[in-house]
Structure formats: structure tokens, C-alpha cells
Design a protein. Structure first.
Length: 213
């Protein structure tokens, strides 16, 4: 494959790095959205997300004053300067209480524990897919264009899951049909385009009289 095409296309670039003599023993195809959605419950359990949520609920029951301040905290994403200054005064009024409360609780410890648990969860899922690390196992990972997730759903750790798989196997990004980032013809990065069409008057059957043909 020519080097100029390999510089544009991610799939061709990875194939060019591997070389023509590479022949995998096992070939696995993964859809990132399906993989993240199927493993979402397991990943959240391994990452101890549910435990942290239970900890926050128990904290709200033990400290109702802190929970009331958090719920009453206004948003600063407003256009009115007067309301922004009023919300800032509310925040400044409860600032020292929130700082003193956070130093007494285990928020930083939970954050460190969750970060370590998330990394361990991704390694566990990658180990289930590839039990024994071997570069002769080739994983074709679909290059989905919407990495930020679907509206109304939490985004999954697509890139971090790829990094976990690369430590155990050979990962190659594969273009998807109609949802890929790169074009299969020109090997250029696709961009979102807005197409304008002319609106036509719709004629309904109820608008016609019964006597007309």
C-alpha cells in the first residue's frame, strides 16, 4: 500500500506499521458502541460506581444541611449580570462551609479509588476478551464517528478500552459503513455537512372533494 495513502487513512497507517508479513492467528471484530453498552453494567460494578452512589446517598441522610446547600446551589450559566452577582454571593456565603466539610469527608480517597478501579475494570474486560496476551490476536475495532455517546446516555470509555486492548493484542481501527470518521474512497476525515432542500407543498387526500376524480 502506498505511503501517501497510509498517512491519510488510519486503517492503512496501522497496516503499514504492522507490515505485509503479519498473519494473525485469531481475528476479532468489535463494535465500540455495542461493546461499551453490553459491558456497561459489569464495568460500573467493577469500577465501584454503585458503591460511590450509595456512599453519597448515605451522606445526604447523615448530613441534610450539606445536601440542602448542594441542591440550592444555582447555576452560573446565565446571561443576566444581576442574577450572576446574586448567585455568586450565595456561593461565597457557603464556600467556607463546603471547604471545611470536604476536608472532613473521604471525597479525595473515593476519587483515587474510583480512578484505580476504572483502570482495573477495563483491564479485566480486555482480559476476558483476550485471556492470554498475544500479538498474533488481531482485533478490528470499528472507527465509530460518534465517540461522545448517544444523547440521553452516558458516554463510554472507548479510547481507554482500546488502550487496554493494545496491551494484550494487535488493534486495528476499521472503517464503519456510513458512520466512519474517514472516507473509504478519498481517505480524508469526514466532516458534518448540512444539506438544504426546497420545501414542497404536501397534498393530502382529505383536501380533495369526494366528487373530484
Amino acid at each position: 500500500m502506498p505511503e501517501e495513502i497510509a498517512e491519510e487513512d488510519t486503517f492503512a497507517k496501522e497496516l503499514f506499521k504492522i507490515g505485509p508479513d503479519y498473519s494473525p492467528n485469531v481475528l476479532i471484530g468489535i463494535d465500540p458502541q455495542d461493546a461499551v453498552s453490553c459491558n456497561s453494567r459489569v464495568r460500573r460494578h467493577l469500577a465501584r460506581v454503585n458503591e460511590f452512589r450509595l456512599y453519597n446517598k448515605n451522606l445526604e441522610r447523615r448530613e441534610p444541611w450539606h445536601a440542602g446547600v448542594i441542591r440550592a446551589m444555582p447555576s452560573f450559566k446565565i446571561s443576566s449580570y444581576a442574577l450572576y452577582f446574586q448567585y455568586l454571593q450565595f456561593f461565597w456565603k457557603h464556600l467556607w462551609f463546603l471547604l471545611a466539610f470536604s476536608t472532613e469527608q473521604a471525597f479525595l480517597r473515593w476519587r483515587f479509588t474510583q480512578d484505580r478501579a476504572k483502570m482495573k475494570a477495563l483491564d479485566t474486560l480486555a482480559k476476558r476478551l483476550v485471556p492470554k496476551a498475544n500479538k498474533q490476536v488481531c482485533i478490528a475495532y470499528r472507527d465509530w464517528s460518534r465517540r461522545t455517546g448517544i444523547k440521553g446516555h452516558a458516554s463510554g470509555p472507548v479510547k481507554r478500552f482500546v488502550e487496554a486492548l493494545k496491551r494484550r493484542a494487535t488493534v486495528i481501527p476499521m472503517d464503519e459503513y456510513r458512520t466512519s470518521i474517514t472516507c473509504s474512497c478519498c481517505h480524508q476525515c469526514l466532516k458534518q455537512a448540512r444539506l438544504f432542500i426546497k420545501l414542497k407543498r404536501m397534498k393530502w387526500a382529505s383536501d380533495r372533494k369526494s366528487g373530484c376524480p
